[in-house]
Design a protein around this ligand. Structure first.
Ligand code: G3I
Length: 325
């Protein structure tokens, strides 16, 4: 009978293993915090660091929700990733659907980035400065949201320069989805980031979100090759929002297959040159965004079930980290 936890096993392999933290779940379920503190050594706010939460009224900042997570992380000696400073979603009413003058929008981003980064200065290991800016289908940025509509295509690099100015020591990431393996979007992201780096834009890391479905599991080699090419640009890679979705009526066998997929992903991180953090997008299936997002079609995406019991993926990841598989 093994008594190791994922966090102790991960630490021995030099890996951060994290989860998305939900302050509401923490408040209402005592077992939630206990399990997180036992099994994880890294946190990210699922929603509490987004613009709608931090700046519900323009110019008035409210850090009360993320501060719950930050003090929990301090108490339990955990690292924190901070996300996201600039996104086209999770906007407060004063920004949703709005277009500002270019200068006004730049001022808004500047005030937000400086205020948030200086408030949490020295307390986080990485900042996702811009989240999900790339178009899913065509070359270039997605043409939506107040920042693109008001500032134009250079809003991304403006944001990185501001973040670097706000805290020159901060480690700055670009984070996106559906670009975990060697697909078209990943290729476009790679070329774009390479170009931004060549122009001196301060980007230090890439967040691969890693939302996967069991029907379309990642090919381990394609995940490794993608990590490698970003590492070869001198960038750190984090897996930032990992989950593996099953059909709603998944069987015991599907849970075993899910465990294999989780292991492949952890293996890709462990064998990479520089992929030192894997964060799951939630603790237990009862808190996952997946059923809500998919109209109930998918579920069971995490490594703990609705009663906070470990699923086969938990044991498989532990065995992998222990060196037993
Ligand atoms: O907290 C409010 C509550 O007060 C209100 O009554 C209720 C009514 O709709 O909404 C609650 O807020 C919801 C929030 O989740 C907390 O549950 C928002 O409507 C809902 O939009 C929000 O969804 C989040 C989504 O991002 C948009 O911000 C998901 O929880 C979160 O898992 C998801 O996370 C994103 C990452 O940030 C970026 N990558 C993709 C990932 C999945 O979409």
């Amino acid at each position: 009978m093994h008594t190791d936890t994922l966090r102790s096993l991960a630490a021995k392999r030099g890996l951060l293993i994290g989860t998305a933290f939900c302050s509401g779940a923490f408040k209402h379920h005592p077992e939630y915090g206990d399990l997180i503190a036992r099994e994880f050594n890294c946190l990210v706010a699922e929603n509490d660091m987004k613009l709608d939460v931090l700046q519900p009224v323009r110019g008035q900042f409210d850090f009360s929700r993320p501060d719950v997570m930050m003090s929990f992380a301090r108490k339990h000696d955990m690292k924190v990733r901070a996300v996201p400073l600039v996104w086209h979603i999770a906007l407060p009413a004063w920004a949703e659907g709005k277009t500002f003058s270019r200068n006004e929008a730049l001022d808004i981003l500047r005030e937000h980035i400086f205020t948030v980064m200086q408030y949490y200065r020295g307390q986080v290991i990485a900042w996702d400065v811009v989240n999900e800016a790339l178009s899913d289908k065509e070359p270039g940025l997605r043409k939506e949201g107040p920042w693109y509509n008001s500032i134009g295509t250079d809003y991304v690099e403006q944001a990185y320069h501001m973040a670097h100015e706000a805290d020159p020591q901060a480690v700055l990431f670009y984070n996106d989805y559906n670009m975990d393996c060697m697909n078209d979007k990943a290729g476009r992201c790679y070329m774009w980031i390479k170009e931004l780096l060549a122009r001196g834009v301060p980007i230090h890391g890439i967040g691969l979100q890693c939302h996967f479905q069991l029907e379309w599991p990642p090919a381990k080699a394609a995940l490794s090759d993608n990590i490698k090419r970003f590492n070869d640009l001198g960038l750190i890679v984090h897996m930032t929002e990992l989950d593996v979705w099953l059909a709603k009526d998944a069987s015991a066998d599907h849970l075993l297959q899910q465990a294999e997929v989780y292991c492949d992903i952890f293996q890709a991180a462990l064998s990479a040159k520089d992929c030192p953090a894997i964060l799951l997008w939630g603790l237990a299936d009862c808190h996952s965004w997946i059923p809500g997002q998919t109209g109930g079609k998918y579920d069971h995406a995490l490594i703990f079930d609705r009663q906070y019991r470990p699923k086969p993926a938990y044991a498989a990841i532990a065995a992998l980290l222990r060196g037993d598989r």
